[in-house]
Write a protein that binds this ligand. Structure first.
Ligand code: ATP
Length: 239
């Protein structure tokens, strides 16, 4: 397993946001955490990135206990996150934002770096067209693409995507999910957090349903899509 989460607990003061969840992510797969507002999805990803302290439990990455490592040490090991919302540096250009994603790499003059930039521009041709434009002047969808592109510039083994479809028009949502599948097919393991359950389940090898800080169901994307309780609560019969 690339990522193993065991009994994870995270609090905000007295609020138990994550109540002892366990799940794992197999290398090469797309795994998703699906849940409503406030279920604890963002908190889980932030904790995996090292931005929130754990109250209990362990996180292992490629067999190593990383529970208490600071964020940059996790990036070095191959975990990078595209944050919820846009999360770009608005005053910097597209290219400068992408470069920030690679800030821990020592090979920024190398062919590998240029290859990764090409990979991002091939996935998101719109970013190439706008490479000198200030990120803050781009549309929501373009900024979402930039946030994902920036996460890829760290050349991660595991990319954490927090609500990549949030606030996007239906056509763009479809496009973003197609790109997520492509990223995975190129060899990057994906952990996806989504409120858009229909799309996330369709694209996931494994999915977990998160409700008020607990995993209440786990299965393949297809199994959960067919589960009557999941359908009723998350799919509105529309898959
Ligand atoms: P959303 O889709 O709305 O972002 P989520 O599933 O990502 O929801 P979280 O943002 O992880 O949920 O929130 C989980 C719980 O923790 C919620 O009850 C929320 O109110 C609480 N919470 C989140 N951030 C904070 C904070 N900074 N201070 C206090 N409570 C917080």
């Amino acid at each position: 397993m690339l990522l193993e989460v065991e009994g994870l607990q995270v609090n905000y003061g007295h609020i138990e946001a994550i109540r002892g969840i366990s799940f794992s992510v197999e290398a090469g797969t797309v795994t998703s955490l699906v849940g409503a507002n406030g279920a604890g999805k963002t908190t889980t990803l932030k904790t995996l990135s090292g931005l929130r302290k754990v109250r209990g439990g362990t996180v292992k990455f490629d067999g190593e206990d990383i529970t208490h490592l600071p964020p940059y040490e996790r990036v070095k090991r191959g975990i990078s996150q595209s944050p919820e919302g846009r999360g770009c540096f608005p005053g910097m250009t597209v290219l400068e934002n992408l470069d920030m994603g690679a800030f821990l790499r020592k090979d920024r003059k190398s062919k590998d770096y240029r290859d990764d930039l090409d990979r991002v521009f091939t996935l998101f041709p719109r970013l190439k067209e706008r490479e000198k434009q200030a990120a803050g002047s781009m549309s929501g969808g373009e900024q979402q693409m930039l946030a994902i592109g920036r996460a890829l510039m760290a050349r991660p083994r595991l990319v954490l995507l927090d609500e990549p479809s949030m606030g996007l028009a239906p056509k763009l949502i479809q496009q973003i999910f197609t790109i997520i599948t492509e990223i995975n097919q190129q060899g990057t393991t994906v952990l996806l957090v989504e409120q858009n359950a229909a799309q996330a389940l369709k694209r996931s090898n494994t999915a977990h349903i998160l409700e008020t800080g607990e995993i209440v169901r786990t299965g393949t994307g297809a199994e959960l899509s067919a589960d009557p309780a999941v359908k009723a609560a998350y799919l509105g019969g529309d898959i």
